[in-house]
Design a binder for this molecule. Structure first.
Ligand SMILES: Nc1nc2c(c(=O)[nH]1)N[C@H]1C(S)=C(S)[C@@H](COP(=O)(O)OP(=O)(O)OC[C@H]3O[C@@H](n4cnc5c(=O)[nH]c(N)nc54)[C@H](O)[C@@H]3O)O[C@H]1N2
Ligand SMILES: Nc1nc2c(c(=O)[nH]1)N[C@H]1C(S)=C(S)[C@@H](COP(=O)(O)OP(=O)(O)OC[C@H]3O[C@@H](n4cnc5c(=O)[nH]c(N)nc54)[C@H](O)[C@@H]3O)O[C@H]1N2
Ligand code: SF4
Ligand SMILES: [Mo]
Length: 912
């Protein structure tokens, strides 16, 4: 039924395919090598593409482990077939059901009674078709994307300041700048290859780096200055900077006079709240000296790039903070020239592509909005019966409309809102009551997928084909190099098939991603002026007539690329902007108080990313080496806050907010600001008992301009959770414990390791339902230590270890649980011979290597315990020595900041 070109099947010769990493917005080029013994389940290896302008051969830990996430069979968890009500159906039946349900709902309740919720992880071609179907043919603008949680404030800030949503510069500016300021960006973990490029520039020519973040992150390791300001005060800091630069004569008067508008109003607003350094220091909770030093450095450095990300965007005043940053670049004329400018780094691989096709509910397509002219232009181009004439519902409002019942059918693609949306508990209830929920995902069992009536198997990375746009406007091809898993199909194809069944066959006649791309390119150039500045920034008209063969080999290029012209890497070089008067627009910014008041004794809960996991872990959670870096969900707290609450490092904590609660492992670190705490956003109900970040954040605080929710500043009370018993389970098949206490699961080679803890009596009996579905094969051997309150069990079929469970009481004199590595290794071993059987219930063979501990270097699986032992044993003092002895840090380099931290700790503890 799918007649697109399928990649060569098994039997093919060894080949290499150039594609793009599916994770972050750096958009690294990847060369995938498929071994000659067949593409699947044959061996795939990846390396960085040395010809790609984003990474020139580099990859980070996640990119390097891409092949590990292509897990075949049950362990890969792929959704292999369409399902209705949990039952396998044919594609035909599923597509007909989606089309009928949507058409019937529209017929009865109108176009605004249906919605799509999509994602920056769709390819541009998928996104284009989704947007066209909803806005052009269904006739509603109720399509919004997870970019609402991610880039919406940058989009709104760009439009206000620049007149268009266009990042001015390119990655090369990180290398030509003299000073790079990271605001609310943990570049070392979230855009690691860009960070490596920055650190290389620093080593070569002394580029200065300033990090502005309430936490001491891995990015601070490479920095010259860290301003650990109070959360939510960035706009005060940048307003103060504006005032300072003006007062010290750093204004570029010619640029401001000829190329900008609104300077006076912006300065007046800035002066009102940040008249001097003392006021800024007090409001930002910084010392006057550090503010003064930062301001002086910016004042005296011409080539400054200000990089910002979620510490800025995910805020109820995100848009204003973006403009406070832009204002500083306008005042100094530092924009449009090499090595300078504001730089919003995008999160998802195709966050930018989504912005180009109009994936947000308040955009139309190809950088057009809902003006009468734009709506008419798109209507004519698409030959569409009823183009939406007004913006649709933004994410938070969209889910509220589902809750109210005014939206009755929703199709969710490539995002997991049951985890990532604020007030995820409320989102789950809304979806559970929604008459029609369709979920397209490549993974079968996700928190959102469990709420679906219809599940559609999407093709994943390595199978899908199209284009993505990275943070610096570079459009790259993502190419398929394996056949589809099961009956999975590309998202554009699924959408096209539904559109045809809804009666729109002529407008959705696409047979390939290239067909869609050509139309997208043509629309971008349609009535788009004679000069690239004259109408819309996004224009790739040069590619409107691209042939299939050319599309196949298309090399990465930046937009705009107008017909008859060359691609343009730099925007605004001539000082003209996309506003009506062609001037950059200063926006007056007044900082508001934090949206939620902090009750006595509460901590301000921040959230964000870890180095080796990607969002809700559906893919990175499949790779043992990525999962070993942060084996459990950890709550970071400052030592003083830990002491005040009786929290112990390595103990457990209960985190409670007005929206929900969580259980997490405690990590005490002085890198965390006092009065604040940090939780990673990654864990879902599939990986832990109760630590879904979205459940903790309410949906009350939303940026009025962008509709982006404030996800990083949530009051929370934190108390110790004191279990009566702890346990771990090693098992070949995943299990989701139901004992109501704490658990966290991660993959290990050959199976799963589940850490557990709970209160009350030790659950001795596995049949009581606390390990639902756990029924290992084989004979059980058991050891019970009634006196000390512990049980150890192992299941063996023949000499194969199927599972083992170790439980112990948490009381004085109780036994301790053994290390996990040796036992976990037995899941992978060929067999457990008689010699080892005896050691099994002891948990450790004589002479077995000590546990690695948390993995620091995921490329070579080097753990913190081995590092500390080697550092102390050999008296090491540098990362280079560690690399020479253990290889750690010598491949992708993502772990270098942590290696330095381990070095410091190893020596500190030794001296203590
Ligand atoms: N490893 C990894 N990398 C990723 C992703 C991933 O899941 N895993 N996801 C990708 C995506 S979609 C995105 S959007 C990006 C996000 O990339 P980043 O924005 O760099 O990542 P976050 O960890 O969300 O948040 C960045 C920092 O904002 C800080 N912050 C919180 N509040 C404030 C504040 O008020 N002011 C300031 N100045 N800082 C504050 C936090 O302490 C945090 O260190 O990462 C991308 N890259
Ligand atoms: N508290 C808090 N919440 C946050 C954030 C935060 O920092 N703090 N960050 C926010 C941000 S910036 C973001 S971007 C979001 C991310 O949050 P989500 O978008 O919800 O997270 P993902 O895990 O990336 O979800 C992508 C889903 O798409 C599936 N998928 C992968 N490839 C494909 C494909 O080609 N087609 C289809 N159909 N499916 C595919 C994956 O299996 C996965 O289930 O979270 C937001 N939520
Ligand atoms: S920096 Fe890492 S995650 Fe981001 S695109 Fe490059 S390899 Fe992928
Ligand atoms: Mo994001």
């Amino acid at each position: 039924m799918f007649d697109g070109a399928e990649p060569a099947a098994s039997g093919a010769a060894e080949r290499e395919v150039r594609t793009t990493c599916p994770y972050c917005g750096v958009g690294c080029g990847v060369v995938a090598r498929v071994a000659a013994d067949g593409p699947f389940p044959g061996r795939v290896t990846v390396r960085g593409d040395s010809d790609h302008p984003a990474n020139r051969g580099r990859l980070c830990s996640k990119g390097s482990a891409l092949a590990d996430t292509l897990v075949p069979g049950e362990a890969g968890g792929r959704l292999l077939h369409p399902e209705i009500g949990g039952r396998r159906v044919t594609w035909d039946a599923a597509l007909a059901e989606v089309a009928t349900r949507f058409a019937d709902t529209i017929a009865e309740h109108g176009p605004d009674s249906v919605a799509f919720y999509v994602s920056g992880q769709l390819l541009t071609e998928d996104y284009y078709v989704a947007n066209k179907l909803m806005k052009g043919f269904i006739g509603s603008a109720n399509i919004d994307t997870n970019s609402r949680l991610c880039m919406a404030s940058s989009v709104a800030g760009h439009k206000r300041g620049l007149g268009a949503d266009a990042v001015p510069g390119s990655y090369a500016d990180f290398e030509t700048a003299k000073l790079v300021v990271l605001v609310g960006s943990n570049l070392a973990w979230c855009h690691p290859v860009l960070n490596q490029r920055l650190l290389a520039a620093r080593a070569a020519q002394g580029t200065r780096i300033v990090v502005i973040d309430p936490r001491r992150t891995a990015s601070v390791d490479g920095a010259d200055r860290h301003l650990a300001l109070a959360a939510g005060t960035d706009s005060v800091l940048f307003n103060g900077l504006l005032v300072y630069l003006h007062a010290t004569g750093r204004t570029d008067a010619v640029f401001v006079g000829r190329r900008t508008s609104g300077e006076e109003e912006a300065l007046a607003a800035a002066r009102a709240e940040a008249p001097d350094i003392a006021t800024v220091a007090r409001r930002c909770k910084l010392s006057e000296a550090e503010v003064a030093a930062f301001y002086a450095e910016v004042a005296t450095t011409e080539r400054v790039v200000t990089v910002y990300s979620q510490g800025v965007n995910q805020s109820s005043q995100g848009t204003d903070t973006v403009n406070a940053i832009l204002n500083v670049h306008f005042l100094t004329g530092r924009i449009g020239q090499p090595g300078m400018g504001p730089f919003s780094v995008t999160g998802q691989p195709n966050a930018m592509g989504g912005r180009e096709v109009g994936g947000l509910a308040n955009q139309l397509a190809a950088h057009m909005g809902f003006t009468v002219e734009d709506v008419d232009r798109v209507r004519r181009f698409w030959n569409a019966p009823r183009v939406a004439a007004k913006p649709g519902l933004k994410a938070v409002d969209l889910f509220r409309a589902i809750e109210r019942g005014s939206v009755k059918a929703v199709w969710i693609m490539a995002t997991n809102p049951a985890v990532s949306m604020p007030d995820a508990g409320r989102i789950r209830r809304a979806l559970a009551n929604c008459p029609t929920v369709v979920v397209s995902d490549c993974i079968r069992d996700t928190d959102t997928g469990r709420l679906a009536h219809i599940r559609l198997p999407a093709a994943g990375w390595s199978e899908k084909d199209g284009t993505v746009t990275n943070s610096d406007r570079t459009i790259s091809r993502q190419r398929a190099f394996r056949p589809f898993e099961g009956e999975a199909r590309p998202d554009w194809w699924i959408l096209t098939q539904v559109a045809r069944r809804m009666g729109f066959a002529d407008a959705f006649a696409y047979e390939s991603a290239a067909d869609v791309f050509r139309e997208h390119a043509a629309l971008s150039a349609f009535e788009n002026g004679a000069d690239w500045m004259s109408e819309r920034a996004f224009d790739i008209g040069a590619l409107a007539g691209i042939g299939d063969a050319e599309f196949e080999t298309l090399a990465p290029f930046p937009w705009p690329w107008r017909a008859g012209e060359a691609p343009q890497q730099r925007l605004f070089a001539d000082g003209r902007f996309f506003t009506d008067d062609r001037r950059a627009r200063f926006v007056p910014v007044t900082t508001r108080a934090l949206p939620r008041s902090l009750p006595d004794g509460a901590l301000l809960l921040n959230s964000g990313r870890l180095r080796d996991q990607w969002h809700t872990m559906t893919r990175t959670g499949l790779a043992p080496r990525l999962s070993a870096h942060a084996p459990e969900p950890c709550l970071d707290v400052h030592p003083a806050d830990a002491t005040a609450r009786g929290l112990e490092d390595g103990g457990l904590a209960r985190v409670v907010t007005v929206a929900g609660e969580a259980l997490a492992r405690v990590r005490v670190t002085d890198g965390q600001g006092e009065g604040t705490a940090f939780l990673p956003m990654h864990w879902t109900d599939r990986f832990t008992g109760s630590c879904v970040i979205g459940r903790l954040v309410d949906d009350e605080a939303v940026d009025p301009q962008s509709g982006q929710p404030d996800l990083k500043r949530m009051p929370a009370t934190v108390q110790p959770y004191r279990p009566d018993w702890t346990a771990f389970l090693l098992t070949r098949r995943p299990v989701e414990p139901a004992h109501g206490g704490y658990w966290a699961r991660r993959v290990v080679a050959g199976g799963h390791l589940i850490e557990m803890a709970g209160t009350g009596a030790i659950p001795a009996d596995l049949d009581t339902g606390w390990l639902p579905g756990f029924a290992p094969d084989g004979a059980v051997i058991e050891f019970s230590d009634a006196a000390r309150g512990g049980t150890r069990k192992a299941w063996l079929s023949g000499d194969r270890l199927e599972a083992c469970l170790f439980v112990t009481a948490v009381t004085a004199g109780a036994g301790r649980l053994p290390g996990r590595d040796w036992l976990a290794g037995l899941l992978e071993a060929d067999g457990v011979d008689d010699g080892l059987r005896g050691a099994l219930l002891a948990g450790r063979a004589p002479g077995a290597r000590a546990d690695e501990g948390r993995i620091v270097c995921s490329c070579f699986s080097v753990g913190v315990n081995r590092l500390i032992a080697t550092i102390r044993g050999q008296g090491m003092t540098s990362v280079q020595e560690i690399g020479a002895a253990l290889k750690a840090g010598t491949n992708c380099g993502s772990c270098v900041p942590e290696l330095k931290e381990v070095l410091r700790h190893a020596h500190q503890r030794e001296m203590a």
